[in-house]
Structure formats: structure tokens, C-alpha cells
Design a protein around this ligand. Sequence first.
Ligand code: AMP
Length: 606
Amino acid sequence: MPEAPNDGPATANCTHLIEKNKNTLQFIEDVTSNPDNVQQQVLSEILTQNANVEYLNRHNISGHTDRETFKKIIPVVTYEDLHSDITRIANGDKSPILSSHPISEFLTSSGTSGGERKLMPTIDDELKRRSLLYSLLMPVMSQFVPGLDKGKGMYFLFIKSEAKTPGGLVARPVLTSYYKSSHFKERPYDPYTNYTSPNETILCPDSYQSMYSQMLCGLYLNKEVLRVGAVFASGFIRAIRFLEKHWSLLSHDIRTGTLNSIITDLTVRESVMKILKPDPNLADFIELECSKKSWQGIITRLWPNTKYVDVIVTGSMAQYIPTLDYYSNGLPLVCTMYASSECYFGVNLNPLCNPSEVAYTLIPTMAYFEFLPVHRNNGVATKNEKEKQQLIDLADVKLGQEYELVVTTYAGLYRYRVGDVLRVVGFKNKAPQFSFICRKNVALSIDSDKTDEVELHKAVENAVNHLVPFSATLTEYTSYADTTSIPGHYVIFWEVNENGSTQIPASVYEDCCLTIEESLNSVYRQGRASDKSIGALEIKIVENGTFDKLMDYAISLGASINQYKTPRCVKFEPIVKLLNARVVSNYFSPKCPKWFPGHKQWNNVN
Ligand code: AMP
């Protein structure tokens, strides 16, 4: 298997940097030239390392490490199939159930099961693998944008709250785990991980103080900034909105070289004060730019040396492309990587491409990848029971075909369905490159929340109970992720049959909004209540007959009248317009739904 590049620091020394980039690019060449061999070795390593774990023994793999035996006897599974093993680990069973290495913590996925975040067991070793994937990004980028070592990146990075399982393991999102690890905190100087945000500002648990201090440092160092970004597009747009609200406080701090007393975290204060000096000219400039009526191109105005915006705009994040284009005056939007709590998958080797053309090359050393073919019937994915078992290997996928991604990881997931649908759009050497098509079953998403139709339906059913005393009934409903507001919010269009004579008060509809929010999964509620990354849910009441008009419109576009079903989520702009044109009243959730860190059942235990 090709040697991974040495993770050692790149220094400001130009020759060293060039050499390091060359080695990294060579590594990518090597692993993509013979992906099948690499994959075979990865599987063999995983199975050898975990030969004695309970899960594999249960399936009688008896020490076999070859692909054929593995495929024959190990079933393809979903999270639900692992639930009881994961609960045992969470409750403190330290025996080797999934992995021979001790489970170091749980990574809490934004995918949910039973309304709670999925828990992905991980091992210490995985941090190295994640660091490796990160280390590929800048050498790739530097081929297209030279000189990135001559300045800084302004990235808005945040940690989220963590919880403890009843057995004492930490449960937190993968990025929180990474930023708190020595791989990030104690990284040696490297021009490619030279950020405007001091570590202390990223590691501040208070999201307001974290954002304020990161924005302040970014503004203060504005001339040095060569690239800006956040993990997801939604997070970057939230940062711009923060600036819209707080620029006068921020520029005051820059003018005086002092830090606002709202920042009470002492480590943050200390780290910012090491950087900040009074700069009245910069403060004047910021005030001039921010007080202009139009914020078009604000990124290029305030950070004039910025070459690109580094944010994920593939998948559901594509809805933010127009807003980002507006604020950045059309700077390249760069999606560098594709990753998850289960495993980090791959990188974009052509990062300056158009967002619609982004293709991720899965790095064959990260995990053992398999692919479940997905067939579409009139745009709707169909399942073929037989094919379900016939998983395709990385080296055998076909150009143009869509697949669901299945992974076997070093941390102890075996033939695990991630839930993402990918399409093969090209090849790097012999390794396929994939465009991200969708996360299966996601109807609504604003930030990292993923709400499916079933969940939405149950939530609406709960809310409708508020209408019973008024003898009113819900005729039809659909939903829409409105990203024109910042943060974006869920809109539910309701057509209500008011049978009773009493008019339904606004407060009742507001209660309906809150009931829907309370019924949604914990990632949604955390986004609303803690991260403030999702705005208040809105119910829009539409005039009677609106959903008939919607059906007429769908049929005029070719839908079959016999098969027509009201879509539970709409995205197509003319349909959203049709609905919005018939709104008679609208209501917002009056407060945030309840959310606590950790799983419901752990909170009950404590
Ligand atoms: P999580 O488990 O919360 O870390 O979320 C991982 C999921 O986020 C993936 O399985 C994808 O559905 C989505 N995701 C991650 N990276 C990308 C990307 N580059 N483009 C589109 N979706 C992504």
C-alpha cells in the first residue's frame, strides 16, 4: 500500500513546502493508480486488526480476511441493525464488540435515529486518518492557486457541546473532537493551517463569544486573508449576518484596540489581545464599507486579497450558492472534501470547478468502500431487492451510474450504509470520482439538520391536535426550506378547513408551529435552541383550493393524474411562487423548542 505522506510540519521554507506538496500529490497518484489493490489491503488490515471482535465472530468469519468470504457472510447493515451493540458500548461494555481497539469516544452524527443523533464509535487511530485527509487539501489547492502560503485563512470554526454516555464515553460531533485533539490544537506551524482565528476563539464553548472574537481577528488581519470559509455554506452566511449586526461594535474594538466586555472568556480575551492593536484607519474603512446600503461583494471589499470561498455547497448546501455569489461578487466557491462521522471519504481534485461539477475522489486508504446500485424510475430511486446484496467494489463502479455508499471502517463498522447517494462522473487514474447526489430521505435541511417526510408528517399530526377544539381540519400540507432569511427556516404551507364558526386565534397557530418544532429531531432542535443556525418555523395558511391548483400545475407539467400525490416538500421555484401567492396569513413559532445535550434517555438517567 502506498505510504501516506509524512504528516510533519511544512515550514515557511519554500523548498520544503514544494517537496511536501510533491509527496502529497504523488501519494494521491499512487493510491488512485491501483485502487483495487489498496482496497483489498485495507479490508485485510481491518479484518486482521479486528479478527476477534464479537460482531465478526457472530457471523463466523473465523479469521478470514479475504474479500470473497467477507462479502459472502457479512451482512449489509444500517444504524438500526447496530443499535443494540452501540447501546451496550454506550452503557459501558468495554469488551471488543465492534473494534479490537478501545472505543475512545462516540461521534454524534447529524443523521438521526429515533429522533436522536446517531452515535458512531471511534478509535484513537482514526484521528490520524482524518488528519491525513486534511493534509491532502492544500497541496491540491496550491496547484491551482499559488501563493496560499503567503497569507492566512479566515475560517469560522466552532465546537459544539458534548455529553457523556451512561458508561462514561464522551459523545460529540466529529469536528468538535478534531478541534479539541492535539492534531489540531498542537499543530506545528504550517503556512497552510495559518488561520486568523486563534485556537482559543475556536475552542470557546460560547458560540456568540466564539463568533465575535473570530470575526474581530478576521477583520483586524483583513489584508493578510487569502481565503475565507467555514465547513458548510450555511455557517459562512451566518458569519456574514453576524457582521451585519455587529460591525459597529467590532470596528469600535479595532479603533481602540480593546475587546468588548461581552467577551468574558479569559482565554479568548488573552489570545485576541495578543493580536489586537488600535487601528483607526482600518476602523474607518470597515465602517465606511459596512454602512453602505448594498452588501453586494462585501467579502471582496473587506478582505480584498481573498482568492476563494472555501465552503461545502454540494448536496442540500447548494441552496446557498446565490447568496454566497452575492456577498463574494462571484469568487470561486470551493468544495474541498467529503466526509462524515463514520469516516472521512475523499477530496475534490479540481477545486476551482463550478459547484455543479464538483466530483469527490474517494481516497482508497480511508476505508473499504462498496457501492449499492440505485436505479431511478422517473427520477424516483427504486430499490431492487436482489441487487441490494450485490455490492460493487470501488474499482468496478460504472460511469454515469448512481450508488449508495457502504463503508467498512477501521473503527468497526462493517458494510454500513451511510445513506448518501453518489454518481460516478469521472476517474482519476483508475479511481472513480463521484458527484454528491443526495442524502437519502431528506426532505428539509437548513444547516446540518436532516428532516425526512415521515418525521415531518408525525410532527404535523401532533400540531393538528390544536385545531380539534375549533372543529377545523387540515386538508393538505407541504413544506419548504426558506433560505432567503438568515438563518433559514422551515415553512409549512397549510390548507385548513375551518368547519367551526369560531375563528382560530393566532396563538393557536403559533402553538402549532412550536408543537411541530418540539416534535422534530434533536439536531433540528439544537440548531434552533443552541446553535441558532435555524430560524423560527413558520406556518403559512393558504386559501382553500390551493392544493388543487398545485395538482393542476403538476399535471400540466406531465404528472399522471392517477398517481399524483401532494409533495410533502417543494423546491421548484414556480411551485413555491404558486403557494406564496395564495397565503392568507402566516405565523411563527413564538419560542425555541427544548433541547438538551446528549440523548433523551441519558438525560432521564441523570
Ligand atoms: P455527519 O455524520 O453529521 O458528519 O454528516 C455527514 C454527512 O454530511 C454526509 O454523509 C453527507 O450526507 C453530508 N456531507 C458531508 N460532506 C459533504 C459534501 N462535501 N457535500 C455534500 N454533503 C456532504
